[in-house]
Design a protein around this ligand. Structure first.
Ligand code: SAM
Ligand code: SF4
Length: 391
């Protein structure tokens, strides 16, 4: 494996981020395969907080001396945490590393009125950006998606977010069963009227093991076919670009400068620690880039952390091959694309000139200012483009 060379110095290039996973939800949505669990008996937040504090201290010992540039409280549903729990987490981070003065601190929230009631407390705890799971702007679809909020409640939560946070985003899921490009276009325009600087727009994925998967297999749920899905994607790009929210990543749209810095860090192949049940990390140790993964089941993670001081169950030294592939897979999601020199430094060899030229000739990839990016034509077939370039 080649040594970590200067172009791959991640804390200089892309920052150092922390991902903290809160694995609980009020109800499980039928399309979701995230590591999220419902605990009707309640969750012992002080006990989980104590475990997070331990794992944060452990991560700081693995990656000492960094300056934290972004923190992402993801889930599950982090907005089920009491503001005191969030404050405890952020205090633990501040005790473990220095934090950049302009660090982005995002919390994922479900837009119910109960959760919006906690936004002021989150702001006081140090959160400066929220990402709300609005998902749809029509009540029948919200119901079909198994959501616990109405459109009215979600929009009220968006307004509360706007009063407490200088930055907020919301998520919508499109390519829902029976959704037409016209209906989606109308919904998206309405969403943009309520949005600020950032929107995440995900095509519905039918994930194996979810109730939606079972329904799709038996024909009781019919996702849009490829042509309709493509038309929905095209409408999304057209409307968002026209509204000044171009895609900076396959599913993420922002005003220039308002991109999610934490997610950018993943896509730019930066360094981050993953803390909490089922969290992935990518740490750059003197001996090379290393992947970490923690125990997924919340109570088993808790028991491990209480016993060992951390919940890491897998530590993998990434080979040059792995790093080049990961870098390509993440970086080509971005409109800005990748620096081929950094690819060559990670992978140990440059991109294959012949394959690259063929993709450029097919109009799937473009070379601009020394960078390589997927074109709008290549974006819907991104996986195939990555596979071709990585070969
Ligand atoms: C961890 S969840 C978000 C936070 C919060 N629990 C919520 O649901 O509002 C992240 C986002 O992934 C998206 N998502 C989850 N499952 C999906 C699926 N099967 N297809 C497309 N998008 C999905 C949703 O938009 C969701 O808001
Ligand atoms: S979509 Fe969000 S609220 Fe629904 S189960 Fe997944 S993580 Fe929980």
């Amino acid at each position: 494996m080649p040594p970590v060379t200067p172009p791959d110095h991640p804390t200089r290039d892309a920052g150092f981020g922390l991902y903290l996973h809160w694995p609980f939800c009020a109800a499980k949505c039928p399309y979701c395969d995230f590591n999220s669990h419902v605990r009707h008996g309640g969750v012992d937040q002080p006990r989980f907080l104590a475990a997070f504090e331990k794992e944060i201290a452990h991560a700081a010992a693995l990656a000492p001396g960094r300056t934290v540039t972004s923190i992402f409280l993801g889930g599950g549903t982090p907005s089920l945490m009491a503001p005191e729990t969030v404050a405890g987490l952020l205090d633990a981070v501040a005790g473990a590393w220095s934090i950049a003065s302009d660090a982005e601190v995002t919390l994922e929230a479900n837009p119910t009125s109960v959760e919006a009631g906690r936004f002021r407390g989150y702001r006081a705890a140090g959160v400066n950006r929220v990402s709300l799971g609005v998902q749809a702007l029509n009540d029948p679809d919200l119901k079909r998606l198994g959501r616990l909020h109405s459109v009215e409640e979600a929009l009220a939560a968006v307004r509360v977010a706007a009063t407490h946070f200088e930055r907020f985003s919301f998520d919508l899921i499109y390519a829902r069963p029976e959704q037409t490009p016209q209906a989606w276009g109308q919904e998206l325009r309405e969403a943009i009227a309520h949005a600020a600087e950032h929107l995440s727009l995900y095509q519905l994925t039918i994930e194996p093991g979810t109730p939606f998967f079972g329904l799709a297999q038996t024909g009781r749920l019919v996702p849009p076919d490829d042509d309709v899905a493509r038309a929905l994607y095209d409408v999304t790009q057209e409307i968002c670009s026209g509204a000044g929210l171009p895609a900076y990543e396959i599913s993420n749209h922002a005003k220039p400068g308002a991109e999610s810095r934490h997610n950018q860090l993943y896509w730019r192949y930066g360094e981050y620690a993953g803390i909490g049940p089922g969290a992935h990390g990518r740490l750059v140790w003197p001996e090379g880039r290393t992947g970490t993964l923690t125990e997924k089941a919340p109570e088993a993670w808790l028991a491990r952390v209480e016993r060992d001081g951390h919940g890491i169950v897998e530590t993998e030294a990434l080979s040059a091959e792995d790093q080049g592939d990961e870098f390509l897979m993440m970086g080509l999601r971005l409109a800005e694309g990748i620096d081929p020199a950094r690819y060559a430094a990670l992978k140990g060899r440059p991109l294959d000139a012949g394959r690259l030229a063929a993709l450029v000739a097919d109009g799937l990839v473009a070379q601009r200012d020394g960078r390589i990016a997927v074109t709008p034509r290549g974006a819907p077939v991104l996986n195939a483009v990555v596979a071709e370039l990585a070969a």
